[in-house]
Design a protein. Structure first.
Length: 367
């Protein structure tokens, strides 16, 4: 999301028809998000009302998948995005059912306007790129740190019930110990990793100091439909798929033995919804969100070439500054406190993802 933004959010569309929750009213008793798959109702006193969500970065890859899941479950959904990295077409199917605030996370007044009447904030908005943070540390800091602080301040002041924060496994850095466990000390290697870890710390402090419930989810290499393959900062799976569909060679930075715990988008959606309904003991804590298995980039390229049926052998280039060598998550804590288990394993996820890129790019497409 950009650092420059209008002072007032532009509300593009609204389908919010439910009753408002009175923040000073009866305390929340149940959250109807059972196992991240059912209704999204809140029971307050004798009244059952539809839960209200704000998804920051809701036009992006992860955000738009969350919006889709929430709308399908009957939630009232607002989106805050400035479309610097998000895409309007990602919201097109639900444009009449989503309230859109167009503006930047770096503008506190815009954020304040977006959180009014909201029960849960799913904070996905960011400039999510290690290379971009190396090139533009001030710009990425403004969004990833200052923007997160704005979200927390606005949520605290508006009486939001819980903020779920999109953290990053990059906080672990290059520590050789595998799998990565939440109790390990952070060792960030890039400005992006520092910025996302700072957001975790702010979340914990806002819970401990102000009583704002927060849950931080450390994402491990998310992939799936709507992940943009066109940007120079795109993640590895969309880049590999796009290259093979054009019958070209994917580029691998380093020797290709770098490994990742790739996590399909539906698992992340599930984790976010579970984090909303998790018991109070989860508040102020950090949880890994992953599959708990890893694959090397060389093996990943081979799998994608096989699925696509074409593509040249990978071209290797020097490793990039800030990249982590290996990642593998221990997900026991998320299972214990959130009830999280990955619903879609890597093999199924990559099959569905390649099918998605084949549909939007076409085999041999020149784009």
């Amino acid at each position: 999301m950009r650092t420059a933004a209008p002072r007032c959010a532009r509300v593009a569309a609204s389908a919010r028809g439910g009753a408002n929750l009175t923040k000073g009213g009866p305390r929340l008793k149940t959250l109807g998000l059972r196992q991240a798959g059912l209704d999204v109702s809140l029971r307050t006193g004798l009244h059952l009302v539809v839960a209200k969500f704000l998804v920051t970065g809701g036009a992006g890859f992860i955000g738009s998948n969350l919006v889709e899941a929430l709308v399908e479950r009957g939630a009232e959904v607002s989106v805050l995005d400035d479309f610097s990295t998000g895409r309007r077409e990602n919201l097109e199917p639900w444009r009449e059912r989503v309230r859109l605030f167009e503006g930047s996370l770096t503008d506190l007044e815009v954020v304040r306007s977006a959180v009014v009447g909201v029960d849960f904030v799913l904070h996905q908005g960011a400039l999510p790129s290690v290379p971009k943070s190396v090139e533009r540390p001030l710009d990425t800091h403004a969004v990833n740190v200052n923007g997160t602080l704005n979200v927390l301040i606005a949520a605290r002041d508006a009486g939001v019930r819980r903020v779920v924060y999109a953290a990053s496994s990059s906080a672990y850095g290059n520590t050789p110990t595998l799998p990565k466990v939440e109790t390990m000390p952070a060792s960030p290697r890039s400005p992006y990793a520092v910025q996302k870890h700072a957001g975790e710390l702010y979340c914990r402090v806002f819970f401990e100091t102000y009583g704002l419930e927060t849950v931080a989810l450390r994402y491990f290499n998310i992939f799936g439909p709507r992940q943009d393959p066109q940007s120079p900062y795109s993640a590895v799976i969309p880049k590999f798929a796009a290259a093979c569909l054009r019958d070209r060679s994917p580029t691998i930075f380093g020797d290709g033995e770098t490994s990742r715990d790739f996590t399909f988008i539906e698992n992340v959606v599930s984790a976010n919804l579970l984090a909303c309904e998790a018991p109070a003991a989860a508040a102020g804590r950090v949880f890994n969100v992953a599959c708990g298995e890893r694959i090397s980039l060389n093996a990943l390229a081979a799998v994608i070439r096989e699925k696509v049926g074409q593509g040249g052998a990978p071209v290797h280039q020097p490793e990039r500054a800030g990249d982590v060598k290996h990642s593998l998550a221990d997900i026991a804590l998320a299972k214990e406190h959130l009830g999280y288990t990955p619903k879609v394993k890597f093999a199924e996820g990559i099959e569905r993802t390649v099918a998605y890129y084949r549909e939007i790019l076409g085999s041999g497409a020149e784009r």
